[in-house]
Design a protein around this ligand. Structure first.
Ligand code: SF4
Length: 445
């Protein structure tokens, strides 16, 4: 008899940001360690876990909708529905009262205990459980996440929580104080991802530059990871735009395999609004930061984000963002309409703007970025970039990504070529573009 026949299977649906993807990977390992096996679809699983997000209102709505849809699946098959992560951390009582389809929940900070928690909560399901089987563990351990399997990149989380207390952000309430992951945990997460076929490792956390409170430690960690066998591309994400990040840039040219990329979300450039957001920095500092990034690593591209419509924001404050975009031209810009979150300092601030006015400001700034993007794209035409093949889009058409772009959030290049394979690294020539994405050809040497 197949030894796996009576093992309980699980499927993890992950919502939200790449940090949640990294957490799901930890849950995945914990469930494997308890002898559970991954299922290919939610319908096939004994335990369907949803790792949730509640960062802004739209994320909360998506979470609720996903739980309700999972409840529909559960009605058709015999399975347990388990809610984990930020939403269950924030609203445990409401879930228990209003969502009878949910069988069990736990919050943030317990991902590595997921298997034990399920065993304790459902002892009958784990009766007469087959013995721990190292072969089985090894086989599935190399799949960081079923839904991410076959992608040539993976996320590694180096810390959790945040001490900054930005006035719009609920994350510190949900994730608690900043804590570094242990070195052994970071190395084993990376090893597992590389064994599963990842070529690119994205370093994620709530506050990456705060790692061991020192940018030299972060640079050392990146160098150690760059030495690991199989790693081809290294990409630290979420570098808070402060003096530590400014100093870290000095190390960029010395870190092997580092992608020519800086993600440093500004959220605003008006010093007055930044202060009210409880954030540091100003227009001139951010301009220096981005200029230095481009100087130390030629060809580097920048991803940032802005929140529009924070309480008290004036038309002049919006103009300062527009001026910044026109002057500095960051290549990738995410725009968020401010949405007040209960439990944050911003929730109680005076000077709230209407949704309509906020949407108007977002559109105004987006138009400026889209205009920039046309020039940025035009400058890429005919140029060749180092790139990685991410996946097959359709017959003969592949999704290729320049190293200047992060997976899932940045631009891609569509390439028609029958000879490509997932994970190939080489050169792509950009030949045309649409609003955000490009088309091109693979350069065979
Ligand atoms: S740095 Fe600010 S926005 Fe980022 S997680 Fe911390 S509090 Fe939230």
């Amino acid at each position: 008899m197949d030894k796996t026949a009576s093992r309980k299977s699980f499927y993890i649906t992950t919502l939200g940001c790449p940090k949640n993807t990294a957490d799901s990977s930890v849950i995945h390992s914990s469930l494997l360690n308890e002898g559970m096996i991954p299922a290919e679809t939610p319908e096939d699983s004994d335990f369907h876990l949803i790792n949730t997000c509640t960062f802004i209102q739209s994320a909360t709505e998506e979470t609720i909708q996903t739980i309700l849809s999972a409840g529909e699946i559960k009605r058709e098959v015999d399975q347990k529905l388990v809610i984990v992560g930020c939403f269950s951390q924030r609203y445990p009582e409401a879930i228990k009262e209003d969502m009878p389809e949910v069988d069990f929940l736990f919050g943030t900070g317990k991902y590595d205990q997921a298997g034990k928690l399920l065993k304790e909560a459902f002892p009958l399901d784990f009766q007469d459980y087959p013995e721990f089987n190292q072969d089985l563990l090894d086989r599935f351990q190399t799949i960081p996440l079923v839904e991410n399997y076959s992608k040539p990149y993976s996320y590694v989380k180096i810390s959790d929580g945040c001490n900054r207390g930005c006035a719009f952000c609920i994350i510190p309430n949900l994730r608690g104080k900043f804590k570094d992951s242990s070195d052994s945990d970071i190395i084993s997460q990376t090893q597992r991802a590389l064994l599963a076929g990842a070529k690119e490792i994205l370093i994620v956390s709530q506050d990456t530059i705060y790692y061991k409170k020192n940018e030299i430690e972060l640079a050392d960690l990146l160098k150690r990871l760059a030495d690991m066998e199989g790693l081809e591309i290294l990409r630290p994400m979420y570098l808070y735009p402060d003096k530590k990040t400014f100093r870290l840039l000095d190390y960029f040219p010395t870190i092997p395999k580092l992608a020519p990329y800086l993600e440093s979300p500004l959220q605003h450039v008006s010093e007055r609004v930044l202060k009210s957001m409880n954030r540091s920095g100003n227009y001139e500092f951010f301009k220096e930061l981005y200029t230095k990034a481009r100087d130390v690593m030629p060809g580097l591209e920048i991803r940032t984000s802005f929140i529009l419509g924070f309480p008290g924001e004036t038309a002049e404050d919006v103009d300062s963002i527009i001026q910044f975009l026109e002057e500095v031209k960051p290549e990738k810009v995410n725009l968020f309409p401010y949405s007040p979150q209960e439990g944050t300092k911003g929730f109680h601030l005076e000077g709230k703007l209407s949704d309509r006015e906020i949407a108007k400001r977002v559109n105004l700034v987006r138009d400026v970025h889209l205009k920039n993007l046309e020039t940025i794209h035009a400058e890429r035409l005919g140029k060749t970039y180092k790139a990685i093949v991410d996946e097959k889009a359709e017959d003969g058409i592949w999704v290729v990504r320049r190293l200047q772009d992060a997976p899932e959030i940045d631009e891609i290049v569509f390439v028609e070529d029958d000879n490509l394979k997932v994970g190939m690294i080489g050169d792509v020539k950009v030949e045309s573009f649409a609003e955000y994405d490009m088309s091109g050809s693979w350069v065979w040497s």
